[in-house]
Design a protein around this ligand. Structure first.
Ligand SMILES: [Zn+2]
Length: 240
């Protein structure tokens, strides 16, 4: 799908019958433009108990430094991350489509579905949302920056939230998908710069589409702290 089609999406939505992006069934009028209630139910939600650091479902006893096996050794610069969905099945397919197949318009429905979870909604409420930035040349090539689309959609819907683009990516880091935990951390450690002054009195929540090891969100949180932010948390649509 090319840029003209992305730009025309709003017009297409008015002219053509829409199908649910998950089930493929025709959509009636509803609260979401491309995701039916049945489709939204196929997104696997994360419920408590979850890791108090990275937000991954965790049944074990969380004590001491509260590290689940997923975020062991990360020592994230963010206080707490909360994710709405597991990054598998329908949620993974939708996020991939939003990110790689020219479908930024899916960010609206994914954000709306994520905010139906009370824990996710509470985690964001009243905060300054800061998207993890894509490298500028990559965003230009793609025609959009998916984390910015997600953060903007969340900021419009979550109570008392503001969107601030306080970070800039200084390196076009190689894709992380084939890297292990340590390599991911090294890969993104110095990839960000502050692009504005954080308000020291605000709570900032760094937003990404997917949290995998937490290394990217942690590098962003560290950059914000060094720039003067005091309270920095993180959130992603999905964990996996
Ligand atoms: Zn964890």
């Amino acid at each position: 799908m090319g840029l003209p089609e992305i730009l025309d999406r709003g017009l297409l939505d008015l002219l053509l019958p829409r199908d649910c992006a998950v089930t493929g069934e025709p959509l009636d009028e509803g609260i979401r433009a491309h995701l039916s209630p049945q489709g939204a139910m196929r997104l696997m939600r994360i419920h408590d108990p979850r890791c108090l650091r990275c937000g991954h479902p965790y049944e074990g006893l969380l004590e001491g430094e509260m590290e689940c096996p997923h975020c062991r050794g990360l020592r994230p610069a963010f206080g707490r991350a909360v994710c709405a969905f597991r990054a598998c099945g329908a949620a993974r397919r939708l996020i991939h489509r939003m990110k790689y197949s020219g479908a930024p318009w899916l960010a609206e429905d994914l954000a709306a579905a994520a905010l139906e979870d009370e824990a996710f909604r509470r985690h964001l409420a009243g905060s300054t949302l800061v998207p993890v930035p894509l490298y500028a040349a990559r965003a230009a090539e793609r025609g959009y920056d998916q984390a910015l689309e997600v953060a903007a959609a969340l900021a419009r819907r979550a109570p008392g939230c503001a969107l601030r683009r306080l970070l800039r990516r200084t390196e076009d880091t190689p894709t992380q998908t084939r890297l292990g935990r340590k390599e991911r951390r090294r890969n993104v450690a110095d990839a960000f710069l502050a692009a504005g002054r954080p308000d020291p009195g605000a709570r900032h929540v760094v937003i990404d589409d997917v949290l995998t090891t937490g290394a990217t969100l942690s590098a962003c949180a560290r950059t914000l702290r060094r720039a003067g932010a005091r309270l920095v948390d993180a959130a992603a649509l999905a964990h996996g």
